[in-house]
Design a protein around this ligand. Structure first.
Ligand SMILES: Nc1nc2c(c(=O)[nH]1)N[C@H]1C(S)=C(S)[C@@H](COP(=O)(O)OP(=O)(O)OC[C@H]3O[C@@H](n4cnc5c(N)ncnc54)[C@H](O)[C@@H]3O)O[C@H]1N2
Ligand code: MOO
Length: 404
């Protein structure tokens, strides 16, 4: 244990490992068949195996002329056929070349293509090649990209427009995907009021509900909006019972050491509850519980804490339950546009923007401030015990990748 670790606080890696184990013990296995057009954002349930070679036949990468290299002795060649994309050419007549266009199949017998810029069409209709030719030039060989029988996408791949395009190149019209996870969102806190309602004394608008419901929808979940949980034991129990058909409950608020923690009480009494204190800032308090078999992730209520814990822990947990292998956020080093002189006992996830080659921090890093996350395009990760001079490299986690 290094001296900078905070006794009693759980390192992020340990919490993530524990959550991923819990996720693997509760995989969502049901699948459905969807047309490509409906599969964006979903998770592939079965590997995509190529049923054909790609390209299916050798073809030209250029507009120009196809020939057999051995037929070319520096003499102009007669053009024996014209081949457009979409046509099936005849075998190449020996001693001739074929006019060919990009994407058109290479005629049998041809082994190279010269682009038209390096060829001269003579008055007698023959073609003179102006540069040295090499076998295979400008030819896209059959199977160059993919061979029939190869696994192109593994089960557990999240389908973005790119993967869907790739499926289409192989002629797949429908895919077997994991069913949408059903996730309920619960907001706790008597101070919360929904936008559209007047704000009374001591009240604030509920922002976590919108943040999480929309985020979960982006992640391909079927969202059950559990609304605001009243500070009442019987109502809390009843609300949790209503949610017995979801795959996961995500709650916010009430996980620190406050007194009106009815959710915690119900889970302790009738379910199970583990309270973790994580060595991250924001996002120290986190709970994992279960009620009538339904797992519950309790995120801290401060909106920036909700965001960070959802991004770093809840999102990976959820994706792993869908069978996704790579669930951790992308991180890459960038120069710090700030200095960090006080080493922290918790790892900081600072709201930052990457500008002119360096990461700049939002002026207010309070965990109650969501505005800084909207300003930011990423989180800077300053590890426990670390100080930074301006210009030193620090890990940057882009938010854009996490929000889908
Ligand atoms: N004595 C201690 N107090 C606190 C500790 C601690 O260790 N000892 N930890 C602090 C840290 S760190 C955090 S983070 C928060 C976590 O608080 P809870 O998860 O229990 O959340 P609440 O107390 O309910 O709310 C915190 C804060 O966030 C606002 N909030 C809650 N829900 C929403 C929502 N849906 N939309 C917008 N804002 C919300 C709430 O009004 C509070 O301001 O505890 C510290 N305290
Ligand atoms: O961990 Mo709390 O999220 O620092 O504000």
């Amino acid at each position: 244990m290094s001296g900078c670790e905070h006794p009693g606080l759980m390192p992020l890696e340990a919490a993530l490992e524990r959550l991923l184990q819990l996720a693997e013990a509760a995989p969502i296995r049901e699948r459905e068949i969807l047309p490509l057009a409906a599969a964006c954002g979903r998770v592939l349930a079965e590997p995509l195996v190529a049923e054909l070679d790609l390209p299916p036949w050798p073809n030209s990468a250029m507009d120009g002329y196809a020939l057999r290299l051995a037929d070319w002795q520096d003499e102009p060649l007669r053009v024996s056929q014209r081949i457009f994309a979409g046509q099936a050419p005849a075998p190449l007549e020996p001693g001739t070349c074929a006019r060919i266009f990009t994407g058109a199949p290479l005629p049998e017998g041809a082994d190279c293509v010269e682009m038209q810029e390096n060829a001269e069409l003579l008055d007698d209709g023959r073609v003179r090649f102006l540069e040295r030719l090499t076998a295979g030039q400008h030819v896209r060989p059959q199977g160059q990209e993919t061979r029939q029988g190869e696994t192109v996408l593994a089960a557990g791949t999240r389908l973005s427009p790119v993967e869907l395009g790739l499926c289409a190149t192989l002629g797949a019209a429908e895919l077997s995907v994991v069913r949408r996870p059903r996730v309920a969102v619960l907001s706790t806190g008597d101070e919360l009021v929904e936008p559209g309602q007047p704000l009374g004394p001591g009240q604030i608008y509920n922002s976590n509900r919108r943040l999480l419901c929309s985020w979960l929808e982006q992640l391909g979940c079927e969202v059950v909006d559990g609304g605001i949980l009243p500070d009442d034991l019987a109502l809390t129990r009843a609300r949790l019972t209503e949610l017995n058909a979801v795959d996961l409950i995500v709650s916010t608020g009430g996980v620190s050491v406050g007194e009106a923690d009815f959710l915690g009480q119900v889970l302790r009494e009738d379910g199970e509850l583990a309270l973790w204190k994580l060595a991250i800032k924001p996002g120290k308090p986190l709970t994992f519980g279960r009620y009538q078999g339904v797992p519950l992730l309790g995120l801290p209520g401060n909106p920036a804490s909700t965001l960070v814990t959802f991004a770093l822990l809840a999102r990976p947990y959820l994706l792993r339950r869908l069978g996704v292998e790579s669930v951790e956020p992308l991180r890459f080093p960038v120069p710090a546009g700030f200095a960090w002189s006080k080493p922290g006992s918790r790892r900081e996830f600072l709201r930052a923007r990457f500008e002119q080659g360096r990461a700049l921090l939002y002026k207010n890093q309070s965990s109650g401030v969501l505005r800084g996350v909207a300003w930011a395009d990423g989180l800077v990760e300053v590890r426990e015990g670390r100080t930074l001079a301006e210009g030193e490299l620090v890990d940057f986690i882009p938010l854009s990748e996490l929000l889908v």
